[in-house]
Design a protein around this ligand. Sequence first.
Ligand code: FPP
Length: 238
Amino acid sequence: MDEKDLVIPRHVAIILDGNGRYAKAHKLPRRLGHKAGCETLEQIVEDAARLGIGYLTVYAFSTENWKRSEEEVGSLMSLFRYYLKKLVKVAMENNVKVVSIGDTSRFDEDIREKLGDTIKQTSANTGMVFAVAINYGSRDEIKRCVKKLAAKAAQGLISPEDITEEMISRELDTADIPDPDLLIRTAGEQRLSNFLLWQSAYTEFYYTDVLWPDFHRPQLIEAIESYNKRERRFGGRL
Ligand code: FPP
């Protein structure tokens, strides 16, 4: 398929997997696998923005990732600090607006501050929205949403029988983000791993054996080509 004829999905979500296996394959410490993953992400943000993708959401740190070794969690935190600084530059150069989903309250204050600054500095950008999922887990997100709706009901602001799907969507972290059209997972696993469970009800899934640090523009195009070959009906809903 000619690249210019491709229908570009409005929202692409990616489960970045395989940094560890990349490190192992290259006889590197795991930390350097994550570093390579960050460099790939930087490039993909730029590629996605240039391709005209409207929203890119990536699973950078899940609620389960805290269970990794102290050393690995520590090196991921150092990477976030370093990467957030670089992200502002990439975002400003590409008119990208950065947002986050997930419960950031558990991160150290300096990381929360850096993330907050990045979001603020890029908030007037009008191009692609880049949503970083950190300390994100769908069940946690849905639990927080249910708590908010229950509190509103307890205060008499809403009545339980009037709760609609739209109201739930509006209370999720992704309130301002449309549901993903295409969800990519790298490194061969075929699981959703607690990512965007509610939002991916009608999403096309694309799995590839390519490890995340090796995922570049040609692999992104391949995923979009595969998406283009699928028959979508009912305005995007199969
Ligand atoms: C999965 O690889 C990847 C992660 C747990 C972290 C990914 C995070 C980044 C690339 C940094 C992004 C940073 C920001 C601020 C957006 P894995 O360790 O599960 O790989 P394996 O399954 O091969 O061991």
